[in-house]
Design a protein around this ligand. Structure first.
Ligand SMILES: [Zn+2]
Ligand SMILES: [Zn+2]
Length: 270
């Protein structure tokens, strides 16, 4: 049996949990350990089952609690060497990942952790480095792609393999340009190494999902300032429906959900 839950998604902390049988895998840990433990206990997740932590990139909202979780529970951390090095230099990460628990992964080379076969791919963003992950087990292919400056040429093929997909839908373009962010920050967010908009994600999904495979899409990392869940959902739903997907009712062929910023999602069987 496999399950997924988002513990938190957005600039105040990102943390996702995937479990197959008794093997738990955390992707990013941007929460304080106190908050992390509290959510685990509320949702009946056993920290003893967490066997590994994968990290996308070194921004604090993805790594704030990674060192503490790794050190306190002796859990190995897997990411690219550039991300490991940058976490070590990040002053907001007070507890560091012990050196003997740091494992460097090579981009594009599949490796195994318990039941999972994992491949990382490059995601453009203004961090030291940023990894998307394709995680396969049984007949499942779970893809996580967050903090996306722009969609690169190798992403359509990866998305096309997904049965389950977590993908960023950061901002609504109108809200960003009419909101209160200064122009410089607006440009950083919408630039090629910032974040991805609802409209860009919607078109990308409609063009590249594989309708014979895809079962579930979660929109993640919504901006608190420049997005609202309803707009993110409707922007994406409109493009998927235009492309022939059915999101509701008996004939539903894909399920679309928006991940909340502060509250965990439902624990979902995959
Ligand atoms: Zn982020
Ligand atoms: Zn980031």
């Amino acid at each position: 049996m496999s399950q997924f839950i988002s513990l938190s998604s957005g600039s105040s902390g990102n943390c996702y949990y995937l479990q197959v049988d008794d093997y738990g895998l955390i992707i990013d840990q941007g929460l304080s350990v106190r908050k992390f433990k509290q959510i685990c206990s509320n949702y009946g997740l056993s920290i003893a089952k967490i066997k590994a932590i994968l990290v996308t990139h070194d921004h604090t909202d993805h790594v704030k609690g990674v060192g503490a979780l790794s050190r306190d529970f002796r859990i190995p951390v897997y990411t690219s060497q550039a991300v490991h090095d940058s976490i070590m230099r990040n002053h907001f990460v007070s507890k560091k990942v012990p050196l003997n628990l740091q494992h460097a992964i090579e981009r594009g080379i599949e490796f195994e952790l318990g039941p999972f076969k994992i491949t990382s791919f490059a995601v453009p963003h203004d961090s030291a480095d940023n990894n998307g992950y394709k995680i396969r087990w049984d007949d499942k292919c779970f893809v996580l792609l967050t903090d996306v400056g722009h969609f690169s040429d190798d992403m359509p093929d990866i998305i096309h393999q997904a049965t389950h997909l977590v993908i960023e839908s950061n901002y609504d373009e109108h809200m960003l340009v009419t909101g209160r962010y200064p122009l410089r920050l607006q440009k950083r967010i919408s630039g090629p190494n910032g974040h991805i908009s609802n409209a860009e994600t919607a078109v990308f999904l409609a063009n590249n999902l594989n309708r014979d495979l895809i079962k579930k899409v979660w929109l993640c990392h919504l901006s608190a300032e420049n997005n609202v869940p309803r707009i993110a959902y409707e922007t994406c739903a409109e493009k998927l429906i235009e492309a022939g997907y059915i999101l509701n009712g008996e004939n539903r062929n894909v399920s679309l959900e928006v991940l909340a910023r502060q509250t965990p999602s439902l624990l979902t069987d995959l």
